[in-house]
Structure formats: C-alpha cells, structure tokens
Design a protein around this ligand. Structure first.
Ligand SMILES: [Zn+2]
Length: 73
C-alpha cells in the first residue's frame, strides 16, 4: 500500500510536478488507486463547490483521517 501514501500527498498538492506526473502514470495502471483518488477528488471538489464559510473547519482533518483509514487497509 506504499502508493496510497504518495497519493495523499499528491492530493494535498505537496508534491512536485514531476512526482505528480509519476502518480498520474501509476493511476493509469492501478485501478485500485484510481478508484481511491476518484472518491477523494469528489469529496474535495464537493468541499470546494460549497461556500468556504460554510465549509466545516475540520473538513481537511476528516479527509486526512479518511486517508489514514485507507492506509491501514
Ligand atoms: Zn496503486
């Protein structure tokens, strides 16, 4: 499950462009990660779509704990 760790950073935007491209490449070959990223992206987009003031303060924490949950799988 090493790839999941990088994906959480990737979604956080903490990785360099070069590494992001490597992950994009990996996602093409790994349906498991693709599914995982898709669901996380939907969650993030959903958050961004709502007014920032209405966004629960702990949303980022919730996403992170979701990632941690998935890492333990
Ligand atoms: Zn993978």
């Amino acid at each position: 499950m090493k790839c999941f760790q990088r994906i959480s950073e990737y979604l956080d935007g903490e990785l360099e462009d070069k590494i992001c491209r490597e992950i994009d490449e990996h996602l093409r070959q790994c349906p498991e990660c693709r599914e995982y990223v898709d669901s996380l992206r939907k969650t993030i987009q959903l958050c961004k779509g709502t007014a920032v003031e209405q966004m629960p303060i702990d949303i980022h924490d919730r996403i992170r704990s979701k990632i941690r949950e998935l890492l333990r799988m």
